[in-house]
Structures are given as structure tokens and as C-alpha cells.
Design a protein. Sequence first.
Length: 131
Amino acid sequence: MKKTSLLFGAAITGLLFFQATQKPEAESHPELLGLGPKLPTEVKAVVEQKCYGCHNEEAKNDKGKEKLDWDKFEDSKKSKQFATMSKISEVLEEGEMPPKKFLEFKPEGALTDEEKTILLDWSTRKKKNGE
Ligand code: HEC
């Protein structure tokens, strides 16, 4: 084999190796791509049923959407997402959301234990990982 093709081969091998070592890391750590967590499907399902109505771009209550707008969540910076998640875990632990006044006339809006666990597991993941 000629020297040049050997060099070429080495360069290709190097490139492949580089890609192989880089790609999985970015895939398993989405935060490396600049975006924080995407909402897992089961979290999304709970949010859509129990939180979204008051926390979306079109929501009538300005205070609620100002503090949490699910329409913006997935496109926010990861630091913002983590801050939101930690707020969410706080309000859930305190039993503040959905608001009590709202539950008085719409008791079916309350989170079931299972739903609460899904949201809490998700929103506290960061803490569990010790970050
Ligand atoms: C009936 C409307 C309504 C529903 C349903 C609702 N929220 Fe809220 N939420 C509000 C309002 C209003 C505020 C602003 C409260 C305030 O600042 O006094 C708020 C504030 C928040 C905040 C910010 C708290 C803070 O102090 O910064 C978080 C986080 C939150 N809600 C999470 C949730 C989650 C999670 C759910 C679903 C389990 C949910 N909310 C369901 C109306 C709602």
C-alpha cells in the first residue's frame, strides 16, 4: 500500500473513532446539545390533564403563565428548565398545585398519588443525580 493511502486510512479511522466517541455522549447527555430535558411522555400526559390549562401561552391567568408556560418549556435553556423543575417539585411537595381554590369547585382536577409521583420523580431527577 502507498504511504498516502495509509495516511488517508489513518485519517478516516481517526475520524470514525472521533465520531464514535463523541456522538453517544451527546445523545445520552442532551444537555450537551444546549437543550435541557424534553418532557417524558408520561409527564406530558399528566401536565396536559392537570396543569396545562392554566399554564400555557393563551391562559387567562397572567400570573400562572408568567411563572410557568409549558408551551415554552421544551425550548427554554437547560438552566431555566432546571430552575422550573425545582419550582415544580417545591409546589408539589407543598401541595400548592393545582391551587386549592380551583380544586374546591373542580375536585377532579387534583393529582392522583400516581400522577404526583410521576411529576415529582421527573422534577427532582436533577437533585437525585447529585448535580
Ligand atoms: C386552576 C389553574 C392552575 C392549575 C390547574 C395549575 N396551576 Fe400552577 N399556578 C397557577 C397560578 C394562578 C399560579 C401563580 C400563583 C401565584 O403566584 O400566586 C401558579 C403558579 C405555579 C408555579 C410557580 C410557583 C412559584 O411560586 O413560582 C408552578 C411551578 C406551578 N404553578 C406548577 C403547576 C403544576 C405542576 C400544575 C399541575 C400539577 C399546576 N401548576 C396547575 C394556576 C394553576
